[in-house]
Design a protein around this ligand. Sequence first.
Ligand code: ADP
Length: 475
Amino acid sequence: MLKKLSIRMKVTLWFSVVLITVVILTYFVILSVSRQTIQKTIRDTLITAVENNVDEVEYFSSIDTSQAGSDVDYYMRYGDGYIEIDDDFLDEVNDIFTSLCQSDGTLLYGENPIMPETLDLDFLDSEIQRVRVNGTLYYVFDRQLEAEGLDGLWLRGIVSETQGEVELSAISRTSLILLPSLVLLAIIGGWLIARRALDPIREISGTAARIRQGDDLKKRIELSEGDDELHQLAGQFNEMFARLDDSFQAQQQFISDASHELRTPVSVINAQCELTLEESRTPEEYADALAVIWRQGRKMTRLISDMLDFTRLELQPERYAREVFDLTVLVEDVCHDMALIQENAISLSCEAEKEVLICGNRELMTRLLTNLISNAYRYGRPGGFIKVRLYSDKQASSSTGRIILSVQDNGIGIAEKDIPNIFRRFYQADASRSGKGNGLGLAMVKEIAAFHDGEVTVESTPGVGSTFSVILMVF
Ligand code: ADP
């Protein structure tokens, strides 16, 4: 059942249960502490009232008639003399009663509301006793009088325990109104804050749903200003949507470019077939037509295999195992083989530092260097040169360093405006010169460099030549 509730409901419920428990406990603690304090105050007031009365009782062996006549003080015979009770003697103050008694309980002066029930209650000097009379509890405080002539006389103070009940019920009433009001306020406040705080989640799930329904990766989560955890989460979702959108678009672009690239050789093959089949041809004409078809077929095969390699490198890089190998040997071998091409009388030279070891994939590194050298031939100057260099650039202060593999030519160079684009798939700055190329060569070089945690840079001047450098970090 709980699982079906919204987070907001769960948080508020939990919070309310805890709050109500705390408030109930607080209520009982308040009541118990108040009761104890009030009872202690009652007992202290009782003691003070009795003690104050002690000095108001005096004994005289004979009586001065002028004093006896005064109507302010009270006189009574006791033993051989008189007891004088001063007019400051308070026999009832704030419901505390004080009486003057003899040891046998006989009341001589003052008030005792629980007589005769307590007539035989023992006198205990300076001690508080609790007595229940007719269901009501009373505190009784006795004090023996010690002044000369007052032997056998006691002051007995009495107060009802229920005297504190009025104050206690006032405290209880106030708490019963105040505490539930506070709980209610806290619950409503919590409910509203939870709604505000969880608003971004609604917006996030709404946007995700809209993207799912409309397949529109352009949608973004729009939140009001803020920098809490949910705003950060929304920001990360938006970034993720943007990246998904980018890679989705790149994918679409790749598919559309690839179809476009494939359409050209297919159209050429179709046109060639149509033309050749229009009438009967000589064996030489058929041979020419087949040569065209074969060339276009090879172009398609290369394109498809390049695209597959690309996809594999992008989606399953783990298929290319890494091992430590001597890059010098690989570079020298590739240069040796490719120098045999001698296209356009271009000469290829290789300058490689000995034993440059890297951890990578031989097949991919061979592909990278082959692509760069092929481009240098393709866009080179007739009779020109290609220089391949391999060297390491160790940093003296640390164990890390760089390995640089560069391919320099003195060919046609690249216009400044094309430089940012040449590493894009299918981009060809000068399609007429690309010949056998399909615009994937440099994109592959960049991807292979990234696979080896490296990067490719290019420096080029139109009409002078280009230098491509692959920089690999070694640790
Ligand atoms: P392509 O198959 O057309 O050679 P690449 O991806 O290898 O495709 O290269 C992209 C473009 O970069 C080429 O079309 C060409 O215009 C330019 N380019 C590449 N290498 C060189 C170079 N060494 N000299 C001049 N231009 C180059």
